[in-house]
Design a binder for this molecule. Sequence first.
Ligand code: KIV
Length: 267
Amino acid sequence: MGRLTLRTLRKKKEAGEKITMVSTYDYLSAKFCQEVGIDSVLVGDSLGMVFQGLDTTLPVTLDEMIYHAKVVRRGAPDLFLVVDMPFMSYQVSVEKAIENCGRVMKETGAQAVKIEGGEKVAELASRLIDAGIPVVGHLGYTPQSINVFGAPKVVGREDEEAELLRKDFKALEGAGVPIIVLESVPWRLAKELTESSEVITIGIGAGKFCDGQVLVFHDLVGLYEEAKPRFVRRYAEGAKIFKDALTKFKMDVERGDFPSEEESYGT
Ligand code: KIV
């Protein structure tokens, strides 16, 4: 089949076929994604919370993102790989941002970088695209602005907020951004944006009319128990399965039931 590209995703939108994306950070989960035919893996900076146990995504570094992206690429060599640019890796100056995004592309095998924001990052997006770096936008609730938002929230319920979101979407579209993640956006607004544009929309908490959906791996397999936003559907109770296995291991060792003779080497 070969590696999925932006063209493959565009064709899916044109054909009305839904796109699947999973945010993940390690080799094995990426391999599972490829084995079951997920279209795209995102190395999300949510790894700050889910993998590193931090409170926000803000402390995640560029080197950490590059490390995880390399590992994910190894697990999913054929999927469309998007890498999140971490907080402050693209806000300081356009030059610095291009240099950092270039590093991600060169060192990880990513096919696109994701940056948060609309009008404010449109010029940067256009410069990146000119430099040959496809950009995935991220609008609605943007976790790197947690301190501005105060807390995660739905964005676009009020008329003024919806209008701003439309403007941000248009600005990214005008800059040539091919894919936009819509996070925590009312479904009617997400539908309107999706249907009015050739930009591929990927929703998370943005209803079913987006061109595709993304969830964090650890959320969808039920491993991350710290939070469960309304938009997460758990397809497995991963945490329970793992804890049951660990409990059994502990009991077996303590009772002397593990290892058995078959699990031991003879002379
Ligand atoms: O960091 C992340 O995993 C993300 C997705 C949830 C869209 O940005």
